[in-house]
Design a protein around this ligand. Structure first.
Ligand code: FAD
Length: 292
């Protein structure tokens, strides 16, 4: 099922993100964790490509397993920036063969050793190049793109970032998923600005439940997200008590989701990563709202 068909709902729907294993030995345990999450019957599950320490090699195996074994629609991530056209085309071919229609088209982070390289000869410079390619191979692909309520870290300003985002939509991107954020007002401001810029596709907010103090540092480094004082106080108070921090982090994420739904946002993507307990606790906290 295409993600865009799922998004048209008045009910609150949660989707979950997982990442592939780093090594072959870890494959079984990651597969099991993703299956536990799939049993919660989220609206869809996305599988990252090389992000979060996972290896791109296994993205499709994990995504296909979730789809075939549990009937959960899957979104396979694909990055392009440090790949050749040949490799990317081969990946697209494999995705098509596996019966997955939903692809999250990403540029990917520029590897450290290539940051100062001459990019003029690269097959792909930006996600938009991959989106054009996907649509030319199969116009029926349902394509997602990334967006950044707090601006992509490489972007000079928000106006420029939104202009580039609009180019992805014009190239055929069907929906957007946001980078994590911890203050919902940032999302509401962003939505206002992109709608004003003529971007009308569905936007799925991404919520990261922070369940341990170390994760805070990593999340900020990775996303550059703003930490509101309310969130910082929570980490100060509970950071050294793992069980309490987990409970408080899940409560904070739940609260963000309730506020989003109260503001008529019906689809929320949870960066549950490979933690079935976290996905389940969030779902349980929202059981009456979700009707599950
Ligand atoms: P782009 O849309 O290409 O944008 C990158 C930057 O280039 C932005 O600053 C943009 O404004 C600018 N730009 C775009 N077009 C132009 C142009 N023509 N000229 C000049 N500037 C331009 N990473 C992974 O490795 N694997 C994953 O699975 C993964 N999943 C993600 C999922 C989500 C929802 C998000 C938000 C991020 C994810 N990432 C993932 C991280 C992502 O790869 C990085 O944030 C990366 O730096 C940018 O990717 P992008 O697709 O947003 O790039």
């Amino acid at each position: 099922m295409k993600i865009t068909e799922i998004l048209n709902t008045e009910k609150l729907l949660l989707s979950f993100e997982v990442f592939p294993p780093k090594t072959e030995t870890a494959f079984e345990s990651v597969k099991e964790a993703t299956e536990e999450i799939a049993k919660l019957q989220p609206s869809f599950m996305s599988v990252t490509y090389g992000a979060g320490g996972g290896t791109s090699k296994y993205t499709l195996d994990i995504a296909k397993n979730i789809k075939d074994m549990y009937g959960v629609p899957t979104l396979a991530h694909l990055t392009c920036v440090s790949s050749t056209r040949e490799t990317v085309r081969q990946k697209i071919n494999e995705i098509e063969k596996s019966g997955i229609k939903n692809i999250m088209a990403l540029r990917g982070d520029i590897p450290e050793d290539l940051k100062n390289a001459d990019r003029s000869e690269w097959d792909y410079k930006y996600a938009v190049d991959l989106i054009y390619e996907l649509k030319s191979i199969d116009p029926d692909f349902c394509i997602g793109g990334a967006c950044y309520p707090e601006i992509h870290p490489e972007s000079p300003n928000q106006r420029e970032d939104i202009k580039r985002l609009k180019e992805k939509i014009d190239a055929g991107c069907d929906f957007l998923t946001t980078q994590m954020f911890f203050d919902n007002n940032l999302l509401y401001n962003f939505l206002y600005k992109i709608r004003e810029a003529g971007i009308t596709v569905p936007v799925i907010p991404g919520i990261m439940p922070i369940t341990n103090a170390k994760q805070v540092e990593r999340a900020v480094k990775l996303s550059g997200s703003f930490m509101p004082q309310r969130f910082k106080s929570l980490v100060d108070k509970f950071g050294s008590d793992p069980a309490a921090m987990k409970q408080a982090g899940i409560a904070y994420a739940t609260d963000q989701i309730i506020d989003l739904y109260a503001n008529n946002i019906t689809n929320v993507h949870v960066y549950s990563m490979n933690k079935p307990d976290v996905a389940e606790l969030i779902q349980r906290n929202l059981s009456d709202i979700l009707g599950k």
